[in-house]
Design a protein around this ligand. Structure first.
Ligand SMILES: *[C@@H]1O[C@H](CO)[C@@H](O)[C@H](O)[C@H]1NC(C)=O
Ligand SMILES: *[C@@H]1O[C@H](CO)[C@@H](O)[C@H](O)[C@H]1NC(C)=O
Length: 305
């Protein structure tokens, strides 16, 4: 209390008494949800009249500049300002002060926050599709204010909890799941199951908020039905194709044979079929005289030179 009074006296003396000191904002806290960065505070106690606030944030690396100047709301969202740099996760601290006309309060500093480890990861979105006695779970990660879940937390995994509807106490959990979608195979047919998922990111101190619970009913075992139907369907399709092809071949047989054995032939004088002039010309031609030159190879005696 004495320090507040001392501060007040110092400010009063510094400003030559022109400015009365305003009580500072209370309960100043830096929050982060899905990698955003929002400073929140409560209005100063016992102060009347129109109040305005100015907030700014700093990191260990650089200033994140003035965030919000002369605003009347009780929060400042730094991540919605275009000077907020997502590549710079790191440590953040923010400060805020109140203003009323020419008066202003002292700056109040928030706690420090390490964005990637302190941000609250929102709940994922879960979609179920049942196929026979199997349920396919696909998970959609929450959208981040800056960057995205996989870029910030490369090794994030899912923790999936599922139970028969109405039997929450017998819920089973499977964790460290990296693949997506996931198939639940060990299910009873004709049963309603409920599923909830959570994201676990090693570099974050807490698991994500759990997804909302979604439920889906399984159908009967479809494997036997498949075993009969699939080959039957394939056989039917193959037969249908064969019949169609044969039909086409019958209807268009003239065109097909015309295409394969065209009627237009080479002129007879260009064909060397037996009896044709070309054939006889080739047959009767004399053997071509073979030209040759004799070559003598003489070893050169280099020692003479
Ligand atoms: C803050 O805004 C109010 C109203 O918009 C204005 O009256 C006041 O002069 C402003 N104060 C500063 C310091 O800009
Ligand atoms: C997964 O979620 C369930 C239900 O919320 C919880 O009991 C379990 O401890 C979690 N597992 C891990 C590894 O976090």
């Amino acid at each position: 209390m004495s320090s507040i009074i001392l501060n007040a006296v110092i400010v009063f003396l510094t400003l030559g008494g022109a400015t009365a000191v305003l009580s500072p904002p209370r309960n100043v806290r830096l929050t982060s949800m899905n990698m955003n960065l929002v400073l929140k505070w409560d209005s100063p106690e016992g102060v009347t009249g129109d109040l305005f606030y100015t907030a700014k944030c700093t990191t260990a690396v650089r200033k994140c500049h003035v965030g919000c100047v002369n605003i009347s709301s009780l929060e400042c969202d730094f991540s919605s300002l275009n000077n907020f740099h997502p590549a710079l996760y790191g440590r953040y601290i923010a400060t805020v002060r109140a203003q009323r006309g020419a008066e202003h309060s002292s700056w109040v500093e928030s706690q420090q926050m390490v964005l990637e480890s302190d941000t609250v990861i929102g709940s994922p979105n879960v979609l179920l599709i049942s196929n026979g006695a199997t349920i396919r779970i696909s998970i959609q990660d929450p959208a981040f204010a800056v960057s995205d879940l996989r870029s910030v937390y490369g090794t994030a995994s899912y923790n999936i909890t599922y139970w028969k509807d109405g039997q929450n106490e017998k819920a089973k959990s499977i964790s460290s799941i990296l693949q997506n979608p996931i198939f639940l195979n060990d299910l009873d047919p004709w049963t309603k199951y409920c599923v909830q998922a959570q994201i676990i990111a090693e570099r974050n101190t807490k698991p994500s908020k759990p997804s909302r619970t979604v439920c889906e009913s399984t159908a009967g075992e479809n494997t036997e039905a498949k075993a009969v139907w699939v080959p039957a369907l394939v056989t039917f399709l193959v037969m249908a194709m064969v019949v169609t092809l044969v039909g086409i071949a019958v209807v268009y047989r003239r065109r097909i044979s015309h295409f394969l054995c065209p009627k237009d032939k080479l002129p007879a004088h260009l064909l060397a079929t037996p009896g044709s002039p070309l054939y006889w010309a080739m047959h009767n031609s004399d053997q071509l005289e073979e030209l040759y030159n004799s070559v003598n190879v003489i070893a050169e005696d280099k020692s003479v030179e």
